[in-house]
Design a protein around this ligand. Structure first.
Ligand code: DC
Length: 226
């Protein structure tokens, strides 16, 4: 199989906890190309703004956009590291303070324009897998392959709890996680839509390797027709 060249883009979008991150990482690895996570950039912008210390009630869109200037993406072996003021910040991105505020930041149109531009810069010189909510609609409408990942809310809740807590959740925990996910889906609904030409992959009853294999097979079809 020839390696895809710069300009070849695979988008993987879908609601919260549908498996985008892990799938994008593994698909990129299988194809030997880089992956860029747009959600991590929204999280980094939020973390950069939180660092200023004033309460979120006083955040203006301009102040968030100013904080976004400190966020950069640096190519590493198989992905792009997200940095604030040149320093990698992975752990901070998943913390509760960022999670609580990121939907509000992601709703700011000037911030979205900035993130879109960072994502397009990542794709300029290399083939890439990108994941998020609107990669196939707003950011890369001409992508070679667009995937829309879905899973039943209970399956997503179970996976998210397991990932966060490291133990199999009980029914009460699943119900709590499901209602948090539905609230997050609602908060992000405006930009969370499949492209008309996206291929729907329902992962509710697929193992992680089955879902990766399915997308890699679709990608290889596209690559061999280049
Ligand atoms: O996928 P995630 O949980 O890391 O995303 C973090 C937040 O950013 C979430 O509220 C959805 C939002 N987001 C977005 O609006 N558009 C994207 N392309 C990616 C994420």
């Amino acid at each position: 199989m020839p390696s895809p060249e710069a300009g070849f883009v695979i988008t993987i979008d879908g609601p919260a906890a549908s498996g985008k991150s892990s799938t994008a990482r593994e698909v990129a690895r299988a194809l030997g190309i880089r992956r860029a996570d747009s959600g991590a950039i929204y999280r980094a912008v939020t973390a950069a703004r939180l660092r200023r210390g004033d309460p979120p009630t006083s955040w203006t869109e301009q102040s968030v956009l100013d904080a976004a200037a400190a966020v950069s993406l640096v190519p590493v072996t198989d992905s792009f590291e997200v940095r604030i003021d040149g320093v990698g910040i992975d752990a901070e991105l998943r913390g509760p303070a960022v999670t609580a505020m990121v939907s509000r930041v992601a709703g700011m149109q000037s911030v979205r324009a900035r993130v879109d531009s960072l994502m397009r810069t990542c794709a300029r010189d290399v083939a890439i897998v990108v994941d998020g909510r609107d990669m196939g609609t707003a950011v890369f409408p001409g992508a070679a392959l667009k995937i829309w990942l879905v899973a039943d809310v209970e399956v997503r809740a179970r996976r998210r709890s397991l990932e966060m807590r490291g133990v199999e959740p009980d029914d009460e925990e699943v119900a709590r996680a499901a209602s948090a996910l539905l609230a997050r889906d609602e908060a992000d609904a405006r930009q969370t839509k499949p492209a008309t030409d996206a291929i729907l992959v329902d992962t509710s009853r697929l193992t992680p390797s089955e879902q990766v294999d399915r997308i890699v097979a679709l990608a290889n079809e596209r690559i061999s027709s280049l």
